[in-house]
Each structure stands twice: as C-alpha cells, then as structure tokens.
Design a protein around this ligand. Structure first.
Ligand code: ATP
Ligand code: MG
Ligand code: MG
Ligand code: MG
Length: 364
C-alpha cells in the first residue's frame, strides 16, 4: 500500500496563517502515487480537524490571511499510530494507521517540541527535529546559549520576563542602541521591533509580549548583509548538507528590516530582494555553510533547518537564529535555496518524508 502521511498544519501560534500557506504548497507537491495524504488542520483554538487541504482557500488572497476550516470533522490522535475520528455523540471510528506525520507547524505548539513530544508518546514517525532540538531552536535565549557553547558568534542580548522589574534596564543600556526587541519564541518577524532609544523600549516589549511573555532584547548587527542557508539531515547517517547561501536585501517602503510584510505579503515584493546564490567570495560562502552545519549539529537537529546569519561590512559573521520548521511558501528561502542547490520542491518534500520514514522511533 501507499505510505500514509498526515500533514498537520495551522496551529495555535501567531504563525497559523503562514503554516496554512506552507501546507497548501506541500500538499500540492507530495507524490500521490507514492503517498496517501491525510490533511489535518489545527485551529487557532487548538482543535484538530480533518481538513480538505484546498490550496486555494489556504493561500493569501487580496492580503487576507488563511485559516484552518474549523467546521471540518474533528479528529484526535489515538495511540498505536492510529488516528481517531471523534464524531461527537457517536462511537469514534478509526482513520487507521499513519506511517508518518509532517508537522508543518511554525512557532509554539508545533515547532517547539510539544507536538514532537506527543508523536514520541504515540510512537509515530515524523518529519524534522525531535523534542530537544525543536525546543532549543524555538527559544532564542537557549538557542544562543547552545550556539555560544559550540563556538559560534551571536549578538549580545538581555532576557526580559517582567517588564516592571527594572533590573534589566542597565543591561539594555550597556548593549547600546539600536536594539531589536523580540518574542523569545516567535517567528515570521511577528512582534519584532527595531528600537532606536530607551523611550521606545516599553512599547516594543509590550508588542513582543503579545506573542510571548518571555522577551529578548538584542544588540543590532551593524549594517549587516543578511545571509541564510538551508540544511538537510544527511541520508543513511551521513553528515548534514548545506545548501548554497542566499541573501535578503530589504530597502524602501519604510521597512527597516525583514519584517512580516516583506516576507509574506505581495506588496512586500517591492522592498525585499532575494539573491540566490548570494554574491560572496567562495571562502566566505564556505565558512557560512560550515557554520550552518555546526549550528544544526549543536542543537542536535534532525530532518531540516534554515540558519540565518548577519555578515557585517568588516567581515564579522554572526549567527542570528536557526528555524527547525522554516516556511515552505513559494516566497520562502528554504525551498528556493534547495532548488538552486539541485533539489526541486517535490524532490525536497520526498526527501524529508524519506528521512522521517528511515529514522527509528524512540530514543536516538
Ligand atoms: P523567521 O523565523 O521568520 O526567520 P523570526 O521571527 O524568528 O523570523 P529573526 O529572524 O530573529 O525573527 O528576526 C527577523 C528579522 O529582523 C531579521 O531577518 C533581520 O532583518 C532583523 N533582525 C533581527 N535581529 C537583528 C539584529 N540583532 N540585528 C539586525 N537585524 C536584526
Ligand atoms: Mg525564526
Ligand atoms: Mg521561524
Ligand atoms: Mg529569521
């Protein structure tokens, strides 16, 4: 029989809509001769439903962000690799065994080890990093602790948990302005502000706390070039592979950095340019690719990741972050980087599912 794949998307985080857009593209790219696909949506409220996975409804149209169809049939995960349809008032009937789950979820309750933990508990194989790597990769504070231990240069930062406790203010002043204020566990640039002076700090922290009570304040990289690399776990136990480097250049339209609009909205295309491969000397590109593999191994990543860097004009390289479930939209760097590295979108999806299928369950 075909390999049964549950593609799980949407989710409870601020990145619900981006997950839907990602899923729309992945659902279209999966080889239906080889895989039987079960699209499962998680609503913003955390309800699991058997989705139609209709790509048109799951894309951004006229600036309107898509959502999981909450009116669809509710489903719950059962144990022993079975999915259960939970029709209220009737005896649950089973959707049968699932061979592999593709958790195409971004942000908390999806990219942070929580669903990975649920899948470990039920002994179901899944695409991407395990519990620890997902959790570390989600939290920009612990991510930096691990990167520093692996010898990678990061931007100096301060953690703010309580806006009213004033203890962090001196530490922030010591960073020097501008600073970037971010939700510790966020993505798609949601809740991130560039702050030019102390009077703007409180508003920026409040904005970040809409997404996460834990906030990071980081020194800004100085006039950096932004370089990203996509990483894939090696096949048959081989070392991770790094894609070519890509560069993002943001300018105009009042956009001071690679924000949500320039990442995902059609009008952002005028202000964010992607260069793949990035125009870099060979030895610089090689160093960035090597550091992206170091970062992936440092968190014990599995499956896939995208690693984001800043390259300052004096040649200083700083790692910004790792994303263990990067966006897969047509505008997303991850699939574009692999496309330029010789792996097209359907081949990439097949590779990720193959990696997941060949990975043992349980402690590894
Ligand atoms: P995603 O996961 O979608 O890549 P994110 O929400 O995790 O994004 P970051 O990648 O940390 O957020 O930051 C978003 C953008 O903000 C960066 O791509 C960059 O343009 C800018 N930025 C963030 N931190 C800094 C910094 N310390 N110095 C300069 N620019 C920064
Ligand atoms: Mg990120
Ligand atoms: Mg992200
Ligand atoms: Mg980023």
């Amino acid at each position: 029989r075909k390999i049964r794949v549950a593609v799980v998307f949407g989710g409870r985080s601020s990145e619900h809509a981006i997950s839907c857009v990602t899923a729309a593209n992945v659902l279209q790219a999966i080889d239906r001769d080889k895989y039987e696909v079960i699209p499962i949506g998680i609503s913003t409220g955390g309800h699991w439903v058997l989705e139609s996975g209709d790509p048109e409804r799951l894309s951004i149209t006229d600036g309107k962000l898509p959502e999981v169809d909450v009116t669809a049939m509710p489903v719950l995960f059962g144990s022993n690799r079975e999915l259960v349809v939970n029709d209220p008032g009737s005896v649950p009937n089973t959707l049968g065994e699932v061979d592999v789950v593709f958790p195409l979820l971004h942000g908390p309750w999806g990219e942070d080890g929580t669903i990975q933990g649920l899948l470990e508990m039920t002994d179901i194989r899944y695409v991407g990093s395990g519990v620890l790597a997902s959790a570390v990769g989600m939290d920009k504070h612990f991510m930096k602790v691990v990167f520093q231990a692996a010898g990678l240069a990061t931007t100096p930062y301060v953690v703010v948990r309580d806006r009213d406790a004033q203890t962090w203010r001196d530490a922030v002043d010591a960073l020097g302005y501008p600073v970037f204020v971010k939700p510790a566990r966020g993505g798609s640039s949601l809740g991130i502000s560039k702050v030019d002076g102390p009077d703007e700090l409180d508003a920026a922290i409040a904005e970040a706390q809409v997404h996460d009570p834990k906030v990071l304040i980081e020194a800004a990289a100085k006039n950096p070039r932004e370089i990203e690399v996509a990483v894939l776990q090696g096949l048959n136990g081989g070392r991770p592979e790094a894609s070519v480097c890509g560069e993002i250049t943001v300018s105009g339209g009042g956009h001071e950095f690679y924000d949500f609009e320039t990442k995902y909205l059609p009008e952002g295309d005028d202000f964010a340019a992607l260069s793949i491969p990035a125009d870099l000397p060979d030895e610089v590109a090689a160093e960035i690719r090597a550091q992206s593999v170091t970062a992936f191994e440092a968190i014990e990543g599995e499956g896939l990741a995208r690693v984001d860097f800043f390259l300052e004009p004096d040649g200083r390289l700083v790692i910004n972050e790792i994303n263990t479930m990067p966006g897969f939209t047509p505008k997303s760097m991850f699939p574009l980087l692999w496309n330029a590295s010789g792996l097209d979108y359907p081949a990439l999806v097949d590779r990720l599912l193959t990696l997941a299928m060949t990975r043992p369950t349980g402690l590894r």
